[in-house]
Ligand binder design. Structure first.
Ligand SMILES: [Zn+2]
Length: 344
């Protein structure tokens, strides 16, 4: 397993130093499993002001919310009886219902809380776990009524708060079952299969072992779930990678690990909160029985407006159209700061 990186320096006459010559470093890293590249550069964290969560509760800001307790029953859809006989699924405060704007044949939304506004640091492990379990119940149900010739991949993702692409403030997550996993998901499936062919190896197992020995990005493990930062990040502020050892599908053989994943996510959110970050994307990746060598994992990435005054997002053409991520922080630095929060 190779962790390749290529370092360079850019030279210019710097106006901030009376036009003396400056040398600014940058680095290109290659992901050890997918061979996708990612850059580490710029190295200047934008100043992030504290966020006023109370302001979101004002009637002017709130507007109409379909997920609040006074509206959820009457304005959200129900499943046909042959899909989910109860119409909707419930667990703790969470409610799972069809997605009014489906991504695929089987597509659902899970509203996590009764409260409309939940500050990021108050998103509890038990709340996230309830959502995970409801999504797992839903995926199990739709697989049972689907023909089995082609596997249905289970997906689960969260866009929390607008910088992440989330348009509804009310905490929720989304799940769908698909025969066509997304591009990145498919790449991981293909690359881990390729790697396994060379002598029955497991790419994630080897990666975890290498990361554990290296120690700079590896933060520990809770039950089967390992926590580390990605060597080659997707997010501007890096990403947290959770790998469920020996688990192929979070929603089948990995259901018992969802609570541990929820705990690690919730603890990471407290770290984000202490940096004044209010938003994140979370995505769970699972394999099908035919995907030998695949290991379930999840990516958690903080999102932000790099300039909230003009709503400048943290994704631009480089990331969006060239599909080349760059981050302004080293994954090793994030791991060092996050590690105490994870208590592993
Ligand atoms: Zn609401």
């Amino acid at each position: 397993m190779e962790f390749s990186s290529f370092k360079s320096h850019s030279r210019f006459l710097d106006p901030r130093r009376n036009f003396a010559q400056s040398e600014v470093p940058s680095e290109i890293r290659v992901d050890p499993i997918t061979q996708r590249t990612s850059r580490v550069c710029h190295f200047s964290l934008p100043g992030i002001p504290p966020f006023d969560w109370e302001n979101l509760k004002s009637p002017a800001k709130k507007g109409f919310c379909p997920f609040c307790p006074d509206t959820i029953e009457s304005v959200t859809p129900k499943f046909p009886p042959d899909v989910i006989p109860e119409g909707r699924l419930f667990e703790g405060e969470a409610t799972l219902m069809p997605n009014l704007m489906p991504y695929d044949e089987h597509s659902a939304v899970c509203v996590l809380t009764k409260a409309h506004v939940v500050p990021i640091e108050e998103l509890l492990s038990s709340t996230i776990k309830s959502g995970f379990l409801l999504c797992a119940r839903y995926l199990k149900a739709v697989r049972e009524i689907s023909p089995t010739q082609e596997p249905l991949y289970g997906t689960l993702h969260m866009n929390f708060m607008p910088p992440s692409g989330g348009s509804l403030i009310h905490p929720h997550m989304q799940t769908f079952a698909t025969r066509f996993p997304g591009n990145l998901h498919r790449l991981y499936l293909e690359k881990t299969k390729e790697y396994a062919r060379d002598g029955q190896k497991n790419a994630f197992k080897d990666m975890i072992e290498a990361e554990r020995q290296n120690g700079a990005r590896y933060m520990g493990q809770l039950s089967k779930v390992h926590a580390l930062t990605s060597f080659a990040s997707f997010g501007l502020l890096g990403d947290i990678l959770f790998v469920a050892e020996d688990v192929r599908d979070w929603f089948e053989d990995g259901v018992s690990q969802l609570g541990y994943l929820a705990t690690l996510v919730s603890r990471t959110l407290k770290f984000f909160a202490d940096l004044n970050l209010i938003s994140f994307n979370l995505a769970l990746f699972s394999g099908a029985p035919k995907d030998g060598g695949f290991t379930s994992f999840a990516l958690l990435t903080p999102r932000l407006f790099i300039d909230p005054r003009v709503l400048a997002p943290d994704v631009s053409a480089l990331r969006f159209l060239y599909d080349e991520p760059f981050s302004v922080v080293y994954p090793e630095d994030i791991a060092e700061k996050l590690k105490p929060y994870l208590k592993l």
